[in-house]
Design a protein around this ligand. Structure first.
Ligand SMILES: [Fe+2]
Ligand SMILES: [Fe+2]
Length: 306
């Protein structure tokens, strides 16, 4: 990465998507007790929800890596090619850590192991058999929601995970920050191949939303059954699910505009992402991002690294 670009990123004065590094992080999930898998004390339903949503994500991430590797040789834009190399690096590291988390979830929740295996084979089949347009379009549609989810969660950090198990909080903050950083790459990749087919891009955004919602619903059902015995508690859990799905869908509405680009999405700007900026500076300055306790985050936010 050019030095000037690195400095701009560290000060947060640059758009978060303009340049981003690959961070080869490995989270030690063996330190976590099974009871801590509901890892947010601020909002336990959020941790159940995001564990459910994340279950199939590593298989999508491997799919993205496979699709981009297969077709990047046809790109002529050097900047896009550079970003494609970086998103491949980021997503490969995400998948490694999330597969490890899935193993922990499967040990606690009956049914999760089968869903994990089904998600793995769905994406392996899609990578082997679906058309090039489907693969690139689905990747772009899907990345719409990892990007928007990243923004929503970082914006609602205090409500969703201010008080939380520090390793799993660290895992999710890292993932959300990087999803925002590379949030335009899959869109640009689609544009490079099928830019004139706007209707297909929009259709794939809808398709991806339906896919994510269904996968999350199935996994959440397994988790809620174990965590909540009483009908009233289950009802509250499902209310959270419906509310978050609605917020995610509402955030996706600007995506259907003809002149849409992820870097111009109304919720993506530096001023609204204090935590992402502080986290990037902390990580770039050599701070520990594998174990984020509350005091570390408070200090990061109050006294960001220079
Ligand atoms: Fe990811
Ligand atoms: Fe991503």
């Amino acid at each position: 990465m050019p030095v000037a670009a690195t400095l701009l990123n560290m000060t947060g004065s640059q758009h978060p998507m303009d340049d981003f590094p690959v961070r080869p992080l490995r989270f030690d999930l063996d330190r976590i007790d099974d009871s801590e898998l509901v890892w947010s004390r601020s909002c336990p339903h959020f941790s159940m929800f995001i564990n459910a949503l994340g279950l199939h994500v590593p298989y999508f991430e491997r799919f993205l890596v496979r699709v981009m590797r297969a077709h990047r040789g046809e790109l002529t834009d050097e900047d896009l090619l550079r970003d494609v190399r970086k998103i491949i690096g980021q997503e490969a590291h995400h998948a490694f850590n999330f597969v490890a988390l899935n193993e922990r979830l499967a040990r606690r929740y009956p049914g999760i192991g089968a869903l994990d295996a089904a998600a793995r084979s769905y994406f392996e089949r899609a990578a082997a058999t679906r058309s090039k347009r489907f693969q690139i379009g689905f990747t772009a549609g899907y990345e719409t929601f990892t990007f928007l989810g990243g923004m929503i969660i970082l914006d609602r950090y205090a409500e969703l995970m201010e008080d939380a198990e520090p390793h799993l909080r660290a895992l999710w903050v890292w993932h959300q920050v990087e999803e925002v950083e590379h949030g335009a790459v899959a869109f640009d990749f689609y544009q490079a191949f099928y830019g004139e087919q706007e209707w297909y891009r929009r259709a794939m955004v809808l398709f991806a939303f339906a896919h994510i919602a269904l996968e999350t619903f199935r996994a959440y059902r397994c988790i809620v059954r174990v965590e909540h015995g009483r009908f009233r508690d289950r009802l509250r859990a499902w209310r959270f699910f419906a509310g978050f799905a609605k917020d995610l869908f509402a955030a996706s509405l600007p995506v259907y505009r003809r002149d849409y680009h992820p870097s111009k999405h109304p919720i993506c700007n530096d001023a609204q992402n204090r935590l992402a900026i502080a986290w990037r500076r902390h990580e770039a300055a050599g701070g520990d991002v594998l174990n984020l306790d509350r005091q570390t985050v408070d200090t990061m936010l109050a006294h960001p690294a220079p």
